[in-house]
Each structure stands twice: as C-alpha cells, then as structure tokens.
Write a protein that binds this ligand. Structure first.
Ligand code: HMS
Length: 224
C-alpha cells in the first residue's frame, strides 16, 4: 500500500503518542503486567495504531507499535497486535467520532464490572466527565469483535466515554487516545470513591438536571 507523506507523518506521530500513553496506565496504576492497551485511529486513513500483545510496558517503543487496518489486519509491525485489536477496530468502524480506545482492568472499576453494576452518578467529577452513570456492557469473549459490539451498543447512546464490560474491565473511548486514557483514569477514580462512599452509607444521587448542567460546563467551558 502506498501512503501519502501526510499519512506517514501521522502514523509516526501516533506511534510515539500511543507508545508513550501506556506510561500513563502504569503511572495511575490502572494495569498490572501487560493487561491493558491503548490504540489510536489514524485520521484520514482506515487504519489504527495499537500496542503489541503481551509485551512489557517497559519494552514498548514507537517502533514496536503495530499498525492495522480497521478490520484488524496487520499493515506494519513485526509483533502480533493486542488481543483487543478486532474489538477496537470494530469501535473505530462504527463510531466515527472516536479517535482513541483504551482498555484496563483497573481494580475498583473492574470490581463493579465483576458485579455487573453500573457506577451511579454521585460525584460532580462523574457528572463532569461521564454525564451520568458509567454503564455495564455485556459479557463477551476476548479475541474477536464481540467486545467491540458490546462497547458500541452500550456507549452509542450514552454520554459516558467508559463502559464496564461485565466480568472483564474498563473500555474507554475519546476523541483521541489521550482523551480515552483520561476517561480510563477518571473511571477508576470515581469507581474507588463511590465504592468507599458505599462502605459508609448510601451515596446521594445527583439530580439529572444538575448532572446535565455540570456535564455541559465541563465539556464546553472548563479549562483553557
Ligand atoms: O483483557 C485482556 C485479557 O483479559 C487483554 O486485553 C489484556 O490482557 C491485554 O492484552 P494485550 O497484551 O493487549 O494482548
């Protein structure tokens, strides 16, 4: 396949970005061993950049990232791509606004996933980032696009950029890979706080109109 210089430059940038973002997964203690991954869509091409499967986070480099098409077929790379390649490719094919996907088994969020319980919106931080509860997706086997179908079916009509896949863990999406990593970080934080709150009593839900107001401010006015 002949790639334009623009696409080649974009792939180079995304190889660096996706590789580096895995350090955020370890920095925020969202993963153990090799159990999590980041990918990014290549804008302007039906391609994605994803981590190789089962490679230590310390050994990830821009050069060993894998480039695939949006059916998950390898286009560039010597190593096998992540086990979640087909799932994440499905997300990119069906949600064109998504530019990044992240998967973790972060402890507290995955504890909610193990119970198939959505995390209720009881924190302003949740309303800001998730615009409501963090939903649960169906149980799905790893390796094909089943997980992708579950992610898309669950998040398509949700404000939430994260889904707790039942008995599995967190899949987070974003306009780019960095935003998806942020959603995964925030998901674990609110899962932890809400879990602790529940040990002390019944957390107080935020009324839907207030959630909408907080979500609108954070999404449209917060920051620089
Ligand atoms: O979720 C799972 C396994 O439960 C995998 O996504 C996870 O271990 C990461 O696998 P990869 O190293 O990305 O192939």
């Amino acid at each position: 396949m002949t790639l334009t210089q623009d696409v080649q430059a974009t792939i180079l940038r995304l190889r660096r970005e996706v590789s580096a973002l895995h350090a955020e997964l370890t920095r925020y203690e969202l993963v153990v061993w090799t159990a999590g991954n980041v990918s990014a869509r290549v804008p302007g091409a039906d391609m994605m950049v994803i981590k190789p499967s089962g490679v230590s986070y310390d050994d990830l480099t821009p050069e060993n990232m894998v480039v695939t098409d949006l059916d998950g077929a390898v286009l560039e790379g010597d190593l096998a791509p992540s086990s979640d390649t087909a799932a994440q490719a499905y997300v990119y094919r069906h949600l064109p606004e998504v530019g990044g996907v992240v998967h973790t088994h972060s402890t507290y969020a995955t504890a909610w996933a193990a119970r198939a319980e959505p995390i209720p919106c009881v924190l302003t931080m949740m309303a800001d980032e998730f615009g409501g509860e963090i939903p649960v997706g169906p149980f799905a086997l790893i390796g094909d696009d089943s997980i992708g179908r579950g992610i898309v079916d669950t998040l398509r009509d949700s404000n939430s950029p994260a889904v707790l896949m039942q008995n599995h863990g967190v899949f987070a999406i974003g306009k780019d890979a960095r935003s998806a990593v942020k959603a995964a970080v925030m998901c674990e934080e609110v899962a932890r706080t809400t879990h602790i709150a529940r040990q002390l009593g019944e957390p107080v839900p935020i009324p839907p109109d207030q959630i909408a107001s907080l979500f609108d401010r954070y999404q449209n006015a917060y920051g620089q």
